[in-house]
Design a protein around this ligand. Structure first.
Ligand code: 4AD
Ligand code: MG
Length: 478
């Protein structure tokens, strides 16, 4: 049988053993045993569980057996039998073993002992071979798949937003320049500044911080659309929640107001978490145990109040709290807690404030709405009071902001006035403003940070550990 239709270890582990002849290939996790028999734990990445291969040593070449070491790759043929030992239902009695690739035990960095996550980041090229990263990568894949499935099932069209742009969608100025100009000898204008009209695109260009503006254009024709692409932010925040390159999901819906937007965000997040619970019980059980082991070293108050899978179920089974920014400020002021950043109406909420609201006060996800206009982007719909905008941030326990979104300002006059007030270069946004001139409609959308979602579902503590090759300040190895 060709490789395409060959069964994987995950499949064999669920197959009733009838001493049928099977073939598997993978990487050796461990080998143990005695002079007569070896037990090889083999992984092909299809599941957190290994297939135990039992090899009677008299049947195999001594040199070959020596080379079957942790990290080596082998192909094995034999019979699938019910297992004598505990821990697995089936195992393979090997009849032939072919060594595909050796792994020198002296230099192979992944040994049996537990490695720290910091060390594994330094060997990001090999860390997918650990149980922890195998589980994370499988869950990450399923969440990406579930995102497309959810939107397809709800009649959203996937839009591929450009990665190189000439505009700053968030107006925060945290962009990576894209240029083919020779940095040692750039063309200059008379005033000495660099002349970008001579650059590749004939103007300044950057990697996108968001696909939203383009998604809005498409929503003005297809009603419900979403983007799911890489986004880039040159903010120098070296935290466990920020990446310079991350993936964002941005739905945009015509005829949706703020309440509809919140309904979608809540239903969508619950669906994704449920999908992971249903499809990754083994991986989640592994990650939950890992987390509990790790937490035994921490003082009680720093441990998670619920084990991972219970936390996930809790979020899917309870309504999110929905309150306005103004109400949240009142809760924080009444808390009597001394925050590092003092609380006062108008401040941008810091992570300590968000965590207090979510983890201490409401003890569940919170959707905060109607933020002061001065701390939010230019495109958000202005409230009647002239002070706030129809923003919504979804805050999650242990994560903080997982979603940021809003109803959009659909009035040409109001939007253009706000663009001027905020000193944004209006000419670069003429095409965006056109949507408000021609058949404008109420519409809304949001951005979900994909890695923050994976962080929450896997219970990991650092965003660098839920993306295969993280990009952060001073870090671009792999
Ligand atoms: O709140 P943000 O900046 O919103 C936007 O970009 C809007 N254009 C979204 C929209 O309305 N279509 O980012 C959205 C989400 C955040 O809530 C967070 O989860 C994630 O993107 N995010 C990051 N994730 C990892 N690293 C970073 N540096 C991130 N910055 C934002
Ligand atoms: Mg935000």
């Amino acid at each position: 049988m060709g490789a395409l239709h060959r069964k994987r270890i995950a499949d064999w582990l669920l197959t009733a053993p009838t001493e049928q002849e099977i073939e598997v290939a993978g990487w050796v996790r461990t080998k143990r045993g005695n002079k007569e028999i070896a037990f090889i734990a083999l992984s092909d990445g299809s599941t957190i569980n290994n297939l135990q291969i039992v090899a009677e040593l008299s049947k195999f070449d001594e040199e070959l057996v020596k080379k079957i070491q942790t990290g080596a790759s082998i192909r094995a043929k034999g019979k699938l039998v019910s297992s004598q030992g505990s821990g697995q239902a089936v195992e393979m009695v090997a009849e032939s073993i072919e060594l595909l690739g050796e792994a020198d035990a002296e230099t192979y960095p992944l040994q049996k002992k537990k490695h720290t996550l910091e060390f594994l980041r330094e060997i990001a090229h090999l860390r997918p071979r650990t149980n922890t990263f195998g589980a994370i990568l499988r869950i990450r894949h399923s969440l990406a798949f579930a995102i497309h499935k959810y939107f397809n099932d709800h009649h959203f069209y996937n839009i591929h937003a450009p990665i190189i742009t000439g505009s700053d969608a968030e107006g925060a100025g945290e962009m990576f320049r894209v240029s083919t100009i020779d940095p040692a000898n750039p063309p200059r204008k008379e005033d000495g500044t660099v002349d970008y009209s001579q650059d590749f695109f004939g103007k300044e260009s950057n990697l996108t911080v968001s696909g939203q503006l383009e998604a809005e254009l498409a929503a003005m024709a297809l009603s419900r659309v979403y983007t799911f692409g890489p986004t880039f932010r040159a903010e120098n925040s070296n935290t466990a929640r920020h990446l310079a390159e991350f993936w964002m999901i941005e739905p945009e819906m015509a005829f949706f107001e703020l309440d509809d937007n919140m309904d979608l965000a809540e239903d969508f997040l619950k669906y994704l978490i449920r999908y992971a619970i249903e499809h990754h019980a083994d991986d989640l059980a592994f990650l939950e145990k890992r987390l509990l082991d790790e937490e035994t070293l921490l003082p009680k108050e720093s441990r998670n109040p619920l084990p991972l899978t219970e936390k996930l179920k809790f979020v899917t089974e309870n309504p999110f709290e929905r309150i306005t920014y103004t109400e949240a400020i009142a809760v924080l002021e009444k808390s009597g807690k001394k925050f590092e950043f003092p609380v006062k109406w108008g401040i941008d909420l810091q992570s300590e404030h968000e965590r207090y609201l979510v983890e201490k006060h409401f003890k569940k996800p919170v959707i905060l709405t109607n933020y002061p206009k001065d701390i939010k982007a230019f495109y958000m719909k202005q409230d009647e009071d002239g002070k706030t905008v129809r923003a919504m941030d979804v805050l999650f326990p242990g994560i903080g902001e997982i979603i940021g979104g809003s109803q959009r300002e659909e009035s040409y006059e109001k939007l253009s006035k706000r663009i001027h007030e905020m000193n944004i270069h209006e000419e670069s946004l003429w095409w965006y403003l056109d949507t408000r001139k021609f058949g404008t409609v109420p519409h809304s959308g949001f951005g979900l940070g994909f890695e923050r979602l994976v962080l929450f579902v896997t219970g990991m503590g650092n965003i660098r550990d839920v993306i295969p090759f993280p990009r952060t300040p001073k870090n671009l190895e792999f």
